[in-house]
Design a protein. Structure first.
Length: 317
């Protein structure tokens, strides 16, 4: 199974699990009269919508570039994350409204044992799916799957919270625990929505790769000091699970076109080893003909992993 198929398969698992949880929680919340369980049903409902969107976005982002999308479809994952975050904010608002209403007009919560069983079942299912999705998200570097895995992990804690609330109601008879826990669930959801929306926006706005990854690219380039005199205009961004990198290399003026092409291919391979899933564009330019250092360098054939003298020339503007 390749990366794209693996992403689609785990996205389907998320859809199936959320469908079951939404149905069970909705029926239970109506029977019990619990706003806490209802908030969990809303939470899982939003997760179901997010899972469907993740399934669509990972499938779409895996499609190759076409006439209308010359740079590929990677930003579908970022767009999916943005919409997911917005939907989660809406879900939190609904939960807060319902919890506030229940504080004003308290009512009894019944069939507590059923709620406890359902919340325990929900926590176990979400924990399993969250672990599976996190592994695939890390392996495929998928923002959409990472967001969905984060949803499931927060569901684990919110389900545990509702479970504890029901236990406290059983022990104390205090019904205010139910809306109080619903408020806590809403706070978790708002935090998740903010995190997902922020990260998705970074991709849509073409924010640069993290400093550590930029340094990694620079280190790879500097390892070719025998043929690369300097580099500049290094730019890199992340689009979905794909990194797009471009830079200019300054090479000795007498480096042949063939050797220059070989140099670029080897450099690209080394960068992709460090940052898989990268698309790299390299522009080669000769050093200034008035540079005495460059005139003294013989025409060297690029050697993979070649270690040479440090980069010597000042980069051009």
């Amino acid at each position: 199974m390749d990366r794209a198929q693996e992403k689609v398969a785990i996205a389907k698992l998320s859809i199936y699990s959320n469908t079951v949880l939404v149905a069970v929680k909705l029926v239970s919340s109506v029977m019990m009269g619990s706003v806490g369980v209802f908030s969990e049903a809303i939470h899982s409902g939003i997760d179901l919508v997010a899972s469907v969107m993740a399934r669509y976005s990972v499938g779409k982002s895996a499609q190759p570039a076409d006439k209308e999308h010359r740079y590929g479809h990677g930003k579908f994952e970022n767009l999916s994350g943005m919409i997911e975050g917005t939907l989660i904010f809406v879900a939190a608002a609904v939960i807060i409204y319902e919890a506030a209403s229940r504080f004003m007009n308290r009512s009894d919560v019944t069939i507590l044992w059923a709620g406890m069983a359902i919340m325990g079942f929900s926590a176990i299912i979400n924990y399993y799916v969250a672990i599976r999705m996190a592994v695939v998200a890390k392996k495929t570097d998928s923002l959409a799957l990472e967001a969905d895995a984060y949803h499931h992990s927060t569901d684990v804690w919110t389900s545990v919270g509702v479970f504890i609330a029901l236990v406290l109601i059983q022990l104390t008879g205090q019904m205010w625990f139910d809306p109080a826990v619903a408020m806590i669930v809403a706070a978790f959801i708002i935090h998740a929505a903010y995190d997902i929306t922020t990260r998705s926006t970074e991709g849509l706005l073409d924010r640069s790769l993290p400093e550590a990854e930029m340094k990694l690219i620079e280190q790879v380039v500097k390892g070719y000091g025998g043929n690369v005199l300097n580099f500049h205009k290094l730019r890199a961004r992340k689009v979905g699970s794909e990194r797009q990198i471009d830079l200019h290399l300054v090479v000795p003026m007498n480096l042949s076109i063939k050797d220059g092409h070989s140099l670029v291919e080897e450099l690209e391979r080394d960068i992709k080893k460090e940052l898989p899933g990268s698309i790299i564009v390299v522009h080669i330019e000769p050093c200034d003909e008035n540079c005495d250092k460059c005139r003294m360098i013989p025409n060297l054939s690029p050697i993979k992993g070649r270690k040479g003298p440090p980069l010597s020339c000042e980069p051009k503007d």
